[in-house]
Each structure stands twice: as C-alpha cells, then as structure tokens.
Write a protein that binds this ligand. Structure first.
Ligand SMILES: C[S@@+](CC[C@H](N)C(=O)[O-])C[C@H]1O[C@@H](n2cnc3c(N)ncnc32)[C@H](O)[C@@H]1O
Length: 285
C-alpha cells in the first residue's frame, strides 16, 4: 500500500483481500477495521472516502487486517463486542459472546422476580462475564458470583465489571463450576453457558472457532454433555430457586432429562431466533 492511497482504495483492497481469506462479509469487516484504526464512525468513513491515508494509519491497519485474514475473531481484534444491553471488552483467549446467549439472559430475566433485592445469581463459566453482567445490568437487585477456571476469562470479566461499574454487585471467583462460592452464601439461581460442543466436532467448525477460540470454552466431551452431567445435580442441590442453561442445537431433550433426574420441576425450554430450543430452565421444589 503506497502513501498516496485514498481511504476508499484501501477499503476496496482490504475487502477484496479478506474475501480471498474466506471472510463472509469482507467489505463490512474492512470498514469496521478502518473505523477502528481511524477512530471513525462508518458514516464518517464514507464522508472522508477521498482523503489520502497516512503511513502511520496504514502501518496500524496492516497487522489487524492480517490477523482477520488469519481468521482471528473480529471481537478479539476490535477488543469489544455488543451483548444484550451492554458492550463488553473482549481479549484474545476468551470466548466471544454470541447473540444466541442473549436467549439465556432473557430467560433468566423472565424468571427472576423483578422486585427481588437482593437476588443471588451464579454465572458458571463466565468467560467475558457476558451472562452475569447483562443480567446484573438489567436487574438492579441481582448480585452475581461469576466463576471460571480460565485465568484469562477471569481477568476479562474483572475488567468488564470495572468498566460497567458493577464492582459492588459482582464477585469474580476462580474455580471449578460452583466450588469457589463460599458454602455459607445463598444462591438463588444458577445460570450457565458451559462448554457443550462434542470434542470431535470442534475441528469441523469455522476457523475462528476451531483454530482460535479456547478448547476449554468449547469442549463438552464425547457427547458434549460432560459439563451438564456434573453441573446440574450440583446446582439443583445448591439453589433456592432454579437453574437455567444454554444448550447446543440438538441437546435440549438430553438436558431436560438431566434436569428431571436432578429433581428440578416446572422444566421448560426457550427457543433461539431460529426456533430451536437452546435454553433449558427448571425450578426447585
Ligand atoms: C461457552 S464459554 C461461555 C462464556 C460466557 N459465559 C459466554 O456466554 O460468553 C464456557 C466458559 O466456561 C469455562 N469453563 C470450562 N470448564 C469450566 C469449569 N469446570 N468450571 C468453571 N468454568 C469452566 C470456560 O473457561 C469458558 O469461559
């Protein structure tokens, strides 16, 4: 890329190159990368499309485009991802929160008494903090125990707690499933989007997932259900009110069965936008 390149030329070249790398929306992503480097909104980009790009700007852009061409998730490169009503800081090594997981947040907000204060929620496998922090943002009575075994995830959640000013209502705890929550603390609801992809399936997924996202966040063992088999009986014993989990597209029936076996009642599922049951909830007693 030469010094005299205009913004529109860079946009066109970047988009064309990203297309050769198999990116589904190359033009849009080229725009987002340029906006990021130039600290502009997309509209400003178009208004300025004739202006030449400086060497400094091109130098800043190149490595980001190369990373995206290597199929790193866009949220890792931009450092942020919108989720439910919040914006989350996202860093490499931490699962990018998905729109599907907003169904879990909506289910939790539908079931948690809107007037309860305090109401104690565990977000098991918090990743970036997406689920717990979205629920806490929407419901002022919610107090969250966010747990994970990934240090990167815990650091990312802690940064998001500070950015969202939720420090007084969220405890971020390192450890397996529910184990880091002090045994004398009440828990009303367990929410979780655990790893649920069958081990052998991971390598067949798109490169952003199979080559970059952490196995620890994805791998649900041979049948994808390993985490649910451990978590649901533990959660059913601990909680005062109920358990709500996200599941893979073909796992709802198996997870409903685990809820029944754990003695949970009033079991129901919620569909994602595609009409597939992706969240399972059940209550105690
Ligand atoms: C599918 S990701 C979900 C992340 C986040 N809740 C979200 O929805 O974007 C699963 C998370 O569970 C964490 N995890 C895996 N095994 C765990 C365990 N045994 N105990 C606690 N967290 C675990 C992973 O590190 C990862 O952050």
């Amino acid at each position: 890329m030469g010094e005299s390149l205009r913004l529109v030329d860079v946009l066109t070249r970047t988009g064309a190159w990203l297309r050769t790398r198999g990116i589904e929306s190359p033009r849009l992503e080229a725009e987002l990368l340029l906006c990021h480097v130039l600290k502009m909104e997309r509209l400003q980009l178009y208004l300025a499309h004739d202006r030449p790009m400086t060497d400094v700007e091109l130098k800043a852009l190149r490595p980001l485009v190369a990373r995206r061409g290597g199929r790193e998730p866009m949220a890792w490169i931009l450092g942020t991802q919108g989720f439910h009503a919040i914006d989350l800081d996202i860093v490499p090594g931490v699962l990018v929160p998905r729109p599907d997981t907003e169904t879990l947040v909506d289910a939790a907000l539908a079931w948690i008494d809107a007037d309860a204060d305090p109401v104690y929620v565990a977000d098991v496998g918090c990743g970036s903090g997406a689920v717990g922090l979205a629920v806490a943002t929407a419901h002022p009575g919610v107090r969250v125990f966010a747990t994970d075994i990934s240090k990167r995830a815990l650091t990312c959640t802690r940064a998001n707690v500070v950015a969202l000013d939720l420090g007084k209502r969220v405890a971020v705890l390192e450890g397996d499933l529910l184990s880091p929550i002090p045994s004398n603390r009440p828990v009303d609801w367990v929410l979780s989007n655990p790893p649920y992809i069958p081990s052998r399936t991971i390598d067949t997924l798109q490169p952003e997932v199979s080559k970059h996202e952490p196995r620890l966040a994805l791998d649900g063992g041979r049948d994808g259900l390993a985490c649910y088999k451990r978590l649901i009986p533990l959660a059913a014993k601990l909680v005062r009110q109920g358990v709500i989990v996200e599941v893979g597209h073909d796992q709802a029936a198996a997870v409903v069965d685990l809820f029944k076996r754990a003695g949970l009642t009033d079991i129901r599922t919620w569909d994602d936008l595609g009409g597939i049951a992706r969240v399972v909830g059940g209550r105690t007693g």
